[in-house]
Unconditional design. Sequence first.
Length: 275
Amino acid sequence: MPVHSPASLAPSPAREIVLSGINLGTYGRDLSPRVNFIDLVRRILDQTSVERLRISSIEPLDVTQDLVDLFASTDRIAQHFHMPLQSGSDRVLAAMHRWYRTEHYARRVELIRERLPHAAIGADVIAGFPGETDADHAATLSFIDRLPFTYLHVFSYSSRPGTKAASLPNHVAGSIIKRRARELRALAERKAAAFRRSQLGLTLRVLTLRRDDSAKDRPADTTPALSSNFLKVRVSSVYPANLWLDVVVTTEEGNCLVCEPAASLRDSAFSASLR
C-alpha cells in the first residue's frame, strides 16, 4: 500500500477517501517505532480534513474493540466493515491455513452489530475449496444465515498451478462448485434485501455520484448516491456529484433504495401544517 503523510490527503477535492491494501490491519507492524493501523486512522482524522474515510477490507482478527469504538465515535468513518470469511467450516478454514475460526469471526460480527446497529458487514466466501464436503458447505450456509451479514462476495474455487491448494486431494467437481456458489449467492441476496428493508423510514447521510444519463433503468429525474453503510441509493430530483445529502428512505426498488431529501420532506410537512 502506498504510504503518504496524512496531510497530503487534505487538498484532495474528494469528499470520501478509501483506504485499501493487502492485510490492511497489519499496517505499521514492520515500522520502527512500531505503530498500529488504528493509529494511522486516528492520524488521518486528526491531521486532515477528509470528510469521510472508508476501509476497504480488513481481516477479522484485526477488528478489535478499540477499532469498532473508533468507528462508533465519529461520522467521519463509513459504517462499513468488509471481513474476508472464505468458509463457515472450521475444517475448511484450517485447510486454508486461516488464522481464525468461526467463533472468532462471529464475535467480531456481533461486536460490530452491538456498537453499530446499521453498519454494513460484508464478507468474501469461496465455494468448492478442495476437500469441501456437503457438510462443510451446509455449515457455511448456516453460519452466514445466523449472522447479520448485509452482502457477500461469492467466488467459485478454481485451481491455480503452483499454489498449495492445487496440490490438495479431493478437488470438488465443477458442477458441484457451481451449485454451491448459486446457493451462496441466493442467500446473499436474501440477506442484502433484509438489510435494505431494515433501512426503510431511516435518515441516511449520502454522497451523490455522477449521473449516467444514458442509463435506461433509472428515472431521469433522480440522482445515484452511496450511503455510509454501503447502500446504493437513488435520490429524487437532480443534484451534482460529490454533494452530501441527508435523505429519508421511502421504498426499495430492486437492489436500490429510493430516497427523498430530508429537507424536502420537512418543507412539505411544514406547508401541510399551515393549511
